[in-house]
Design a protein around this ligand. Sequence first.
Ligand code: COA
Length: 188
Amino acid sequence: MFGPRLDGKNGVTLRAPTLDDAKIFVRWMLEPETTRFWGGRTADFRDEAFAERHKKNADDPTRVIWSIAYEDETVGFAGLFDIDWVARDCESGIFIGRADLYGRGIATEAVRLRTEFAWREMRLHRVHNWISLRNRGSRRANEKSGYRQMGLLKRYGFRSGQWYDDWLGEVFPPGSPAGTFVPPSKGG
Ligand SMILES: CC(C)(COP(=O)(O)OP(=O)(O)OC[C@H]1O[C@@H](n2cnc3c(N)ncnc32)[C@H](O)[C@@H]1OP(=O)(O)O)[C@@H](O)C(=O)NCCC(=O)NCCS
């Protein structure tokens, strides 16, 4: 499924991805900056494969995905995956494809919008993810919406000739007995 338009602060919006977005996502996933800590570096890059993947994403009831727009231009991708509608749990993911825009708070705002949507619209109970321990930008963007470490996977990923540990994170809705939510405005 595709997520609805969610307008955030500082020019950041989440919106339903178009087929053109789907094509650019795959191109970005070939860039070394985007895949330094994450993602596969080989894929099917034929035109028909983009369209098929886009349709699959639209049809899949276990995922909600968005394009991230910055000042009305698509700059990245955010999503909730593997949704378990009984346990009300899922995994989250994000990337900004435009390396020239890193560090402007785009991921922080996109994670905030996505997390709020998980509670207010989807009534989820928990969202979890795993992030390379060395990927400080991704960890911080998630921590500022309340994600906290629940574990560490030692030597989980292999990249550019070396092993990486993965940080396992999770977040619970406000008031959940399972966790404490820290609103971005109050630190984190
Ligand atoms: C990781 C990523 C999503 C961060 O996006 P962003 O828009 O640059 O993040 P923000 O500007 O919101 O910054 C979030 C925090 O990370 C910090 N940060 C951002 N990039 C950083 C970097 N390269 N190194 C260290 N810290 C970084 C920011 O200073 C900020 O921290 P602070 O609030 O404590 O000062 C983006 O760099 C990216 O898409 N990378 C490639 C794909 C990827 O790794 N996706 C995540 C997979 S788990």
